[in-house]
Design a binder for this molecule. Structure first.
Ligand code: AMP
Ligand code: TRP
Length: 330
């Protein structure tokens, strides 16, 4: 199957990004044709520091490779290195109804958060995302729950284009995995884990075991459990959800029983989780250190990825221009 997904270079990765997206990408690349993109053009729709951007892009590439994205199996590249993304993004914006863009949840959230900078790019974010996906004849788009709406809009845009100009695009499907699709914040488990709520609310992939322990110690648990003798309700506890994502099956069922019968307290339960998360992230941290000291290798991987992506994107962009009667091609 042809797979495409993207991720913004907007700072440290957290376990929500890992479980909701990257871990699935690593599995998918084993037996699919995968294209993964560092979407720098999406990241500039909010205020950012241009001086820090190259480092952010580089570190995200390092992190993805350290998580197990393999340049032998997948194409990994930076969005702005393949100019067809902006080209098709513009074209698609001309067939996308304004009302569809205005009803996007992410646009409503972000324009609320960045009142001083509600730019047209923030509104047209989904048409650029549609261009990313449609350029590669993508069949499936692995994303977290929060991006489902954008993939649905991509389908609507692709159908409309095909109906207007003739069969051109493959209609992509969102690929959402139930486990890890929405990892909740440590400090407010009613909200999704995100960088914007501050470092105590998330566990970063680069966090050392000591930091993981500190963050988990402060994390919100079952609010009904005040004393260690109180019986717990694992199904209502964010820490238990994290156990389900990081701990071995046997341990999960033991913790479930022990918490309900007050045999284990929150402190003990968090200690086990700290150990399991640290253990899962240890190979990532080691690989990351290796890659950080060989920047040229990483840059070569991205340059080679861009070349391969460009090959595919340019033939699709020519086809689009041709069916639309644009340029000299028609
Ligand atoms: P972002 O950092 O928001 O650009 O997200 C990158 C990827 O991680 C996207 O596929 C998101 O859907 C996914 N993601 C972000 N936050 C979470 C979360 N708390 N739980 C699960 N997936 C997430
Ligand atoms: N909007 C996505 C996010 O914030 C990132 C993204 C950009 C993307 N283009 C994409 C994801 C294409 C999947 C496919 O997470």
């Amino acid at each position: 199957m042809k797979i495409f997904s993207g991720i913004q270079p907007s700072g440290t990765l957290h376990i929500g990004n890992y479980l909701g997206a990257i871990k699935n990408w690593v599995k998918l690349q084993q037996d699919n044709d995968c294209v993964f993109c560092i979407v720098d053009l999406h990241a500039i729709t909010v205020a950012y520091d241009a001086k820090k951007m190259p480092q952010r892009i580089f570190e995200l590439a390092v992190d993805l490779l350290a998580c197990g994205i393999s340049p032998q199996k997948s194409i990994l590249f930076v969005q702005s290195d393949v100019k067809e993304h902006t080209e098709l993004g513009w074209i698609l914006s001309t067939i996308t109804p304004l009302a569809e863009l205005e009803r996007m949840t992410q646009y409503k959230d972000k324009s609320g958060q960045h009142k001083e900078n509600i730019n047209a790019g923030l509104l047209c974010y989904p048409t650029l995302m549609a261009a990313d996906i449609l350029l590669y004849q993508t069949q499936a788009v692995p994303v977290g729950q929060d991006q489902k709406q954008h993939v649905e809009l991509t389908r609507t845009i692709a159908h409309k284009f095909n109906n207007t100009f003739g069969e051109t695009f493959v209609i992509p499907k969102p690929l959402i995995y139930n486990t890890g699709a929405k990892v909740m914040s440590l400090t407010d488990p009613t909200k999704k884990m995100s960088k914007s709520a501050g470092p105590d609310s998330y566990i970063a992939l680069i966090d050392e075991p000591k930091i993981i322990a500190k963050k988990l110690a402060k994390a919100v648990t079952d609010p009904a459990r005040k004393r260690i003798a109180d019986k717990g309700h694992p199904e209502k506890c964010n820490i238990f959800t994290l156990h389900q994502l990081f701990s071995p099956a046997k341990q999960i069922s033991k913790i479930d029983k022990d918490c309900q019968s007050a045999k284990i307290g929150c402190v003990g339960c968090k200690k086990i989780l700290t150990k399991n998360i640290a253990q899962e992230l240890a190979p990532f941290r080691a690989k990351r250190q290796e890659l950080l000291v060989s920047p040229q290798t990483v840059k070569d991987i991205l340059a080679n990825g861009a070349k391969q992506a460009q090959n595919q994107a340019s033939s699709m962009a020519s086809k689009v221009k041709q069916v639309m009667g644009l340029g000299l091609s028609s």
